[in-house]
Design a protein around this ligand. Structure first.
Ligand code: SF4
Length: 390
């Protein structure tokens, strides 16, 4: 198998992994003629458009160093014993291939993970070797997201932070009990939570100039939403804890869908809208000053699928107590549907020189005025509008 064939084999299932702010993958259609790929086919198989934490858009290569894995996570296409063709890169082989792709403009960044062989520590060493060769031998200065393997040692976490722009540990489930239903041989606290705590501990004790580009790498995690029959409340409770205690930048939610020839192959797929609502709620917790108790959980501790959680909160709390836009502080303004953090700042700036009296004034400030209308007063007056439902 040549290096490009290896890459196609390894990348074919990587849409399961939400690593960056994806703007929609180009696709994962495997080219039908191995060894004879057109440029478009090559890119379609493994390069995904992604938005980086700094807002820049790049083509991101998402792949594994190896699809051989000794673990047996119930949901995973790479689990041990599953019958499919496995592939493995040597660190210098992958670094050389990616470097060529980068130089030819195919991909500007890379997200690198791996199946586990001979333990998490040994596998992490291979990922670190690859990152080191990319940075030092090939002089790659672009975006690098490194997965931290379950059970990695603290020194390895530190080394990953020195090489990468982003590091991540996939928790997969919100607690020890839930993880046992998904991945019986992963240890929630020792193997997964501990590396996330180390990242934060290192950020607090080591100066930023010791890290790649003189900046601390961001940290993210991923959950398999619905895979362990957990509730949205459980997922968001753990997410909020991570955001507050280890400065998690973002949680990714991947709605469970069954993979053939795995123990969960007969489990029903989770509605992808659940993933969307979880993202919306996690942003409310992270950026909008919401607490868990503000979120509109149903009696089964899930978010309603048919309503945006911010809108649901406003319908319960603001319809009869609308917010006066000319007097509210930023924390109140960002709770109004249709007002984001930028819109709230624009309102505060505009208020210094004028009174906001109608929806057109809000529109000019970047607010989705029709959405905000049922929940605001403008100079003491309610605005005529229909309640938006989505
Ligand atoms: S350790 Fe990772 S690659 Fe291996 S089976 Fe579990 S989720 Fe899949």
């Amino acid at each position: 198998m040549n290096a490009l064939d290896t890459l196609v084999e390894l990348s074919s299932q990587m849409t399961l992994e939400h690593a960056e702010e994806s703007r929609g993958a180009i696709g994962t259609t495997e080219p039908s003629k191995p060894g004879c790929y057109s440029l478009k086919e090559q890119r379609a198989a493994f390069v995904h458009p992604a938005q980086l934490p700094n807002g820049k858009s790049i083509q991101l290569l998402k792949t594994l160093l190896s699809s051989a894995c000794e673990r047996d996570c119930f949901y995973c296409p790479f689990r041990a014993g599953r019958d499919f063709r496995r592939a493995t890169f040597k660190p210098d082989e992958f670094a050389g291939l990616f470097s060529k792709m980068n130089q030819s403009g195919f991909a500007q960044g890379v997200f690198l993970s791996s199946g586990i062989a001979a333990g998490g520590v040994r596998t992490m060493d291979k990922l670190l070797d690859t990152a080191h060769i990319l940075r030092k031998t090939h002089g790659f200065k672009g975006y690098l997201h490194l997965k931290i393997m379950p059970g990695s040692e603290k020194d390895q976490v530190y080394r990953a932070m020195q090489l990468a722009d982003r590091v991540s540990v996939n928790l997969e489930a919100p607690s020890t009990e839930r993880l046992a239903k998904l991945a019986p041989h992963k240890v929630f606290i020792e193997e997964l939570m501990r590396p996330l705590r180390w990242v934060e501990e290192i950020r607090r004790t080591v100066p930023a100039y010791k890290f790649w580009n003189g900046k601390y790498p961001s940290t993210v995690t991923q959950f398999v939403a619905g895979g362990a029959d957990e509730s949205d409340l459980e997922l968001l409770n753990t997410t909020q804890w991570l955001m507050k205690n280890v400065r998690l930048k973002r949680a990714y939610f991947s709605a469970f869908h069954p993979i053939l020839d795995t123990p969960l192959e007969n489990k029903a797929a989770v509605n992808p809208m659940r993933e969307h609502r979880l993202y919306q709620a996690s942003f409310l917790l992270r950026d909008y000053g919401f607490e868990l108790e503000d979120l509109p959980f149903t009696s089964d501790e899930n978010l309603p699928l048919h309503t945006d959680p911010k809108l649901a909160w406003a319908q319960m709390n603001l319809v009869h107590a609308p917010i006066e836009v000319n007097l509210a502080d930023k924390q109140q303004l960002i709770k109004i549907p249709g007002v984001g953090t930028k819109g709230a700042d624009a309102i505060l700036t505009a208020r210094r020189t004028q009174k906001l009296r109608d929806l057109s004034a809000l529109k000019k400030l970047g607010v989705i005025a029709e959405r905000a209308a049922p929940y605001v007063l403008l100079d003491g007056k309610r605005m005529a509008s229909q309640l938006a439902l989505f």
